[in-house]
Design a protein around this ligand. Sequence first.
Ligand SMILES: Cc1cc2nc3c(=O)[nH]c(=O)nc-3n(C[C@H](O)[C@H](O)[C@H](O)COP(=O)(O)O)c2cc1C
Length: 171
Amino acid sequence: MSNLVVIQGSLNKKSKTAIIVNHVSEILLEKGIEYSVIDLRNIKLEFCDGRKIEEYNDDLKSAYKLMKSASAYIIGMPVYCYSVSGVLKNFLDITCNSMERKFAGIICNAGGIMSYLASADLMKILSYEVHVLTVQPIVYACDSDFQNGKIGNQKVINKAKDMVENLMSLV
Ligand SMILES: Cc1cc2nc3c(=O)[nH]c(=O)nc-3n(C[C@H](O)[C@H](O)[C@H](O)COP(=O)(O)O)c2cc1C
């Protein structure tokens, strides 16, 4: 079990959130930090309806167990309608009890430059529901920050490094 779980929250096959998650994974590898990835494209999702975690499918139970064993998270959130995407919110509705009183870094990926505060919705959800402390900086990127399938903006790359350092200083 690893101490850090990275959650990739987009279902898009060509996800840009996943591009940043991959970049952050490379930073973690360079630093010799053990981590596991939960990519929501690779697990079978169900809708949250208030069941106990034991009553969800094996993928969700495994995700919960992995998250419970971790002390920190990096969450990649696509911005939909100026907030957390419904898919990621649903995943957190099912699993977030595993995160109680731990730490998280946020990758927030949007289409435009104006949706930065969508990340505040995720901070609020994690803080109010499970007392998760989120670190700064938020890694925010939008369409114009990508070139040829890679991050093309050095500011985004620097923030990813700073976010990882600040998060790991807490665990
Ligand atoms: C339903 C929907 C709603 C969206 N709402 C916003 C929005 O409010 N603000 C914004 O900047 N981009 C918005 N976008 C654009 C996405 O944030 C953008 O496509 C981003 O790359 C999604 O992440 P992904 O590529 O990892 O799936 C929206 C996209 C969809 C499909």
